[in-house]
Ligand binder design. Structure first.
Ligand code: ZN
Length: 230
């Protein structure tokens, strides 16, 4: 009784609004009202093999499965949510997006063989600037609904590839070589790992990091992201 009164009171002082349409929402763990959540563009292909991400990776890296939860478009609702996560210090948003993705992963049984989640790492400089790895928060959200352990110390990032946006695509590809390195193999040896990222675009970082993980004995690799854009 007191608890529900208290939460109603807190809600009155700190109203919680939908990030999509601004309407007042009662569930403070959600960032979208039911209507906006419904409008978030699901890819629908997380349940299907031979989807656009798997096609992109085909012939470049050996993967078991790949998928993404939603389409990401410039100025779209998902971009707004991801901006909150990456540039507005909204860590709860990472958990929220992770939960949405986790429900999709749980619903399709295609990824059931996955044993551990590995967030795509940031390099030290980027990590200390942002204060957190958004992909790790997404993993925590996923794990809260789809119970899998998260491993963060198996692979590290040496080079920040995102700062190279003014370079040509070919240059960026070349620079990807050696961007990641294996740190500790003990927790992932012989495991099926899912490498998790926020948005997949070119797959360059995923491929580079994935290649390092595949050097570990017995590792099988799947790739999953919240958003996908061509
Ligand atoms: Zn809304």
């Amino acid at each position: 009784m007191f608890k529900s009164w208290l939460s109603a009171f807190i809600h009155l002082i700190y109203p919680h609004n939908c990030e999509g349409c601004g309407t007042d929402i009662v569930n403070d763990k959600s960032f979208l009202c039911t209507k906006c959540l419904y409008q978030l563009p699901k890819t629908g292909f997380i349940a299907n093999g031979n989807n656009p991400i798997e096609k992109k990776l085909y012939g470049r890296i050996k993967i078991e499965h790949a998928g993404a939860g939603f389409y990401f478009s410039k100025d779209g609702l998902l971009q707004h949510l991801v901006t909150q996560l990456k540039y507005k210090n909204n860590k709860e948003m990472g958990l929220y997006l992770g939960r949405l993705l986790g429900h999709q992963l749980q619903a399709t049984h295609r990824f059931d063989g996955v044993e551990v989640l590995i967030p795509l790492p940031l390099n030290d400089k980027k990590l200390s600037k942002r204060g957190y790895n958004q992909a790790e928060l997404i993993c925590k959200g996923i794990a809260s609904v789809w119970n899998k352990p998260i491993i963060t110390d198996s692979v590290i990032r040496l080079i920040d590839t995102a700062t190279q946006t003014n370079k040509s695509l070919t240059d960026r590809w070349d620079n990807m070589e050696g961007a990641f390195a294996i740190a500790d193999t003990s927790k992932v040896e012989g495991k099926h790992v899912a490498l998790i990222d926020d948005i997949i675009t070119t797959c360059a970082s995923i491929e580079s990091c994935g290649q390092e993980l595949l050097k570990i004995k017995g590792v099988k690799l799947s790739v999953v992201s919240v958003g996908f854009t061509t």
